[in-house]
Design a protein around this ligand. Structure first.
Ligand SMILES: [Zn+2]
Length: 263
């Protein structure tokens, strides 16, 4: 009986958590994590808005004329609606990062959809008048049901560059080095404008901002165009060409097919 129970738990872990993780995170199937053909890059910022760091980040982006994507928590959007309004007014894309920073592995798909994703979409829509359709799950963890339930309404967005910018003992120099070393056309860069989630450091965004200031200066002469994730996906679709357009495919689906065919 004991052995049967253990096998049952093992199967749940594998099929509910590990398989969806590998499908999206490793193989890039049913999630968009980079552009393969478009040359633009997309900066994304998770876990905010934060009253101390988000305004500084918005100032910096404004200074460089850059549009970015913010995956915000519904609970914080509720708390700081003016920051959401400012993001929206300044032309940034607003995506969803759950109502609270909870891993989807710990919830049922219905709960994820109703209490985390739809709830946050409602809050953002109330503030901006526009309903968001892009979603990044906390820690990039989707469960099996998310792939079936959420994908009908929301685009799941992951990343191609993670710089560990939330960690304690922040080092702006090292962070800048990681970003510059890994940056390439089509990259989606994951950064954080808030450091109060589990495992993160409260002051971490300070180092992120310091590094980003230098990165934005350095990439200017390299000719990178920084765009929102939705714009990157559009550019990808345009690059892939008319054959895919005729089929009505989207970049993540095209990537899925690439991934399937190459494995
Ligand atoms: Zn997060």
């Amino acid at each position: 009986m004991h052995k049967l129970m253990l096998s049952f738990i093992f199967l749940i872990v594998v099929f509910y958590m590990i398989v969806p993780y590998c499908i999206t995170r490793i193989f890039g199937v049913w999630a968009f994590k980079k552009a393969k053909h478009a040359k633009q890059i997309a900066f994304t910022f998770d876990d905010g808005p934060n009253p101390l760091y988000t305004p500084q980040l918005l100032d910096l982006l404004h200074k460089h004329g850059i549009k970015a994507t913010f995956f915000v928590l519904g609970s914080k959007a509720e708390q700081y609606p003016d920051l959401i309004k400012r993001m929206y007014k300044e032309g940034h894309q607003i995506g969803i990062h759950n109502y609270r920073h909870v891993a989807n592995w710990m919830m049922t798909p219905v709960r994820v959809r109703n209490k985390q994703v739809d709830r946050t979409a409602d809050i953002i829509e109330q503030i901006t008048g526009e309903r968001p359709h892009y979603y990044r799950p906390p820690w990039g963890c989707v469960n099996l049901g998310d792939l079936l339930l959420l994908r009908k309404t929301y685009r799941i967005i992951l990343w191609s560059i993670m710089a560990w910018d939330w960690k304690p003992g922040g080092d702006a120099g090292k962070l800048k080095q990681i970003l510059m070393k890994n940056l390439k056309p089509g990259s989606i860069i994951l950064l954080h404008d808030s450091g109060d989630t589990p495992g993160a450091d409260l002051d971490a965004p300070e180092f992120m901002l310091e590094a980003l200031r230098e990165v934005l200066q350095e990439i200017k002469p390299l000719g990178y165009e920084c765009v929102r994730v939705d714009q990157l996906m559009e550019a990808e679709q345009a690059q892939v060409g008319t054959s895919a357009e005729h089929k009505g495919n989207y970049p993540d689906e095209m990537e899925s097919q690439d991934a399937i065919s190459s494995h």
